[in-house]
Design a binder for this molecule. Structure first.
Ligand code: AMP
Length: 409
């Protein structure tokens, strides 16, 4: 099946081509015809499956006809990063159409968003808090919304947005198409879905588990040795873009600083940074200025950077869902990736839960010749590119860039 079979307008198909997509992903195959037919959808799919284009393409198709410059599609997402991502995807796929999209989220100037809305747009991609704020100011009119998308609904509930979402729903016409996406379906999410969807078609991609293109490994280690283990692992592994997760903002900031001191090209991404700083970190990571991003869960939500070869859980996540989301950053759209998780003895219960979700035992790895004792460590030297090639088990895999030393840049 190719994209031509969906009978999308040629302007939209050329957007698809510009993005370099040749074959629809499984969720696109299932969801696009259903959304084009106007049905409600309950999509159970993790990030990395191509779900954004699965809802965006039919929305763009719908917007080709009908009134311009009024809000007809509302997409609600948990974080600014994800909102930005969806907005960019809409802009790129719809580049040859007249459709305009506007983002609405907190932490940046409200005035600009108000002005953009005043100029008129058919798509609004919003985080719940600022959207309610603008609704209160009467700066946005949602009475003409034909399609509502709730993206990463489980995460929005985790973040406490459920009451906000219910308030937003009140501002929308009852007669509309609703597309509801979630990586997991706990009871409260299912209840929300049942209450707002009208005879939905369920679209489910595989099990609710990370993409199969990701290989998982655990690295048992003490708390005190985590940083040295990371430095050793980075020095010995041929990696492309690496995303490291820590449990707290403070740990993300400090770890990024420590890696920078070892001449890694690294940025932090955590909630204490301004929106501008976050965007700079993500842009730098995307365009190759940084090889490593050290992030917290919420800050990393929705970053869509291709070719992340390694996700390293410096701290194990608190929930199985968070594991799925973190790992969803690598192995995207048929690329392969590796997921390393540092585990201490305290983490065993969470490891069991993750293994139960994956349906298999994750292999434990020990780094050879690494001193696991808690005595004062020494820092490994960064390898030269030649050494890197010799040591690297990944050498020759074209998708993986090796580390380039700072002087080459
Ligand atoms: P998403 O699950 O929407 O976050 O998408 C994950 C990644 O897959 C993004 O980088 C998309 O650009 C990419 N992608 C989406 N659809 C396709 C496709 N049909 N072929 C190749 N890549 C795709």
């Amino acid at each position: 099946m190719n994209f031509e079979q969906f009978s999308l307008d040629p302007r939209i198909l050329s957007g698809v081509k510009d993005m370099g997509y040749t074959l629809p992903t499984p969720i696109q195959q299932q969801a696009i015809p259903v959304v084009l037919a106007g049905r409600d959808v309950l999509g159970i799919a993790q990030t990395g499956t191509g779900k954004t284009a699965a809802f965006m393409l039919p929305i763009l198709q719908r917007l080709l006809t009908g009134p311009l410059r009024r809000v007809r599609a509302l997409i609600v997402a948990p974080t600014r990063e994800l909102a930005e991502q969806i907005h960019e995807m809409g802009a790129e796929l719809g580049r040859r159409t007249k459709t305009r999209s506007v983002t609405v989220y907190g932490g940046v100037s409200k005035q600009r968003q108000v002005e953009a809305l005043r100029r008129g747009a058919e798509i609004v991609v919003a985080c719940p808090g600022r959207l309610l704020d603008l609704l209160g100011d009467r700066a946005v009119d949602l009475s003409g919304v034909e399609v509502l998308v709730l993206d990463e609904a489980d995460r929005m509930c985790d973040m406490g947005f459920l009451p906000d979402i219910r308030r937003i729903l009140k501002a929308l016409p009852a007669q509309r198409q609703t597309l509801f996406f979630s990586a997991t379906m706990p009871d409260d999410i299912r209840e929300l879905a049942d209450s707002i969807l009208d005879r939905p078609v369920t679209v489910q991609i595989g099990e609710v588990a990370p993409a199969e293109t990701v290989s998982h490994a655990l690295y048992p280690v003490s708390h005190a040795r985590k940083k040295q283990l990371l430095l050793n692992l980075l020095a010995r592994t041929a990696t492309g873009r690496v995303l490291v997760f820590t449990r707290t903002k403070y740990r993300a900031r400090n770890l990024a600083r420590d890696l920078a001191r070892q001449d890694y090209r690294v940025a932090a991404l955590q909630g204490n940074m301004s929106q501008n700083q976050r965007q700079q970190a993500i842009d730098g990571y995307r365009n190759g200025k940084y090889d490593i991003l050290v992030a917290t869960d919420i800050a990393a939500r929705g970053i869509d950077v291709s070719e992340i070869t390694h996700v390293i859980n410096f701290d194990i996540p608190d929930t199985v869902d968070a594991y799925t989301h973190r790992i969803g950053r690598t192995g995207r759209a048929e690329e392969t990736g590796e997921a390393f998780t540092f585990v201490t003895e305290d983490d065993e219960p969470m490891v069991h839960q993750i293994e139960r979700m994956l349906g298999e035992r994750i292999r434990r790895r020990r780094l050879q010749d690494f001193d696991y004792s808690t005595a004062e460590p020494e820092t490994p030297a960064r390898p030269t590119s030649q050494e890197q090639r010799k040591q690297s088990p990944n050498h020759g895999r074209s998708k993986h860039r090796s580390y380039r030393s700072g002087t080459q840049h």
